[in-house]
Design a protein. Structure first.
Length: 202
């Protein structure tokens, strides 16, 4: 099941894998030729903010550092997700092994903060419709059809925390930042991949 912590996350209902089963660090940092941060983020699975924070003085010698080395969350589930709110990443665990991480946009804070604590995946929807909540000011009974104007994008992974989930976005440059109304926004390619990896009930 999913769970959030300050790290946040989805933790599976199955018992946690012993910590010794995981390497503490995955991936390695890399230097690449300097180019647009957004293009690099989509290609390498990072948010613009991740790249900017790793390169406070921007490109040096025409290269940028990509922060691809990560410390895995503790108490990882056998099958499930952990959202690290501070890092703005979601970690995927399958079959007792680390599988992948993806950048996410988290909530703005305050009333739109991304919640923390355990939860479960309760639904997966391709090409979802969107019923705007009250804060959107679009009027009761409004439904936004699936398509290019839908803020949920092409995929919705709904959680047992009412109204919260993972989804695509009309603002892909916000991925990796605190910009949403509480849900986890993802790049279109990332949320399509995650959709295929996870199962209802995690």
């Amino acid at each position: 099941m999913p769970s959030w912590a300050e790290t946040a996350g989805t933790q599976a209902s199955k018992p946690a894998t012993p910590k010794s089963a995981f390497s503490k660090v995955v991936g390695s940092n890399s230097k690449v030729e300097a180019r647009d941060y957004y293009d690099l983020g989509v290609k390498w699975g990072l948010g613009i903010d991740h790249i900017a924070q790793a390169n406070p003085h921007r490109a040096q010698n025409g290269q940028l550092l990509l922060p691809l080395s990560r410390i895995l969350p503790t108490d990882a589930p056998q099958d499930g997700l952990i959202v690290n709110v501070a890092e703005r990443l979601v970690y995927v665990f399958k079959g007792g092994k680390f599988d992948h991480f993806y950048p996410v946009a988290i909530g703005l804070g305050g009333r739109f903060a991304t919640p923390t604590g355990p939860c479960k995946i309760i639904e997966k929807v391709k090409n979802p419709t969107w019923t705007p909540p009250e804060w959107a000011g679009m009027g009761e009974g409004t439904v936004v059809d699936a398509g290019p104007d839908n803020p949920l994008g092409e995929r919705w992974i709904g959680l047992s925390l009412p109204g919260f989930g993972f989804h695509g976005t009309l603002s892909p440059t916000s991925v990796g930042s605190a910009a949403s109304h509480g849900c986890m926004r993802m790049y279109s390619g990332s949320v399509r991949e995650l959709f295929e990896k996870v199962q209802v009930g995690w």
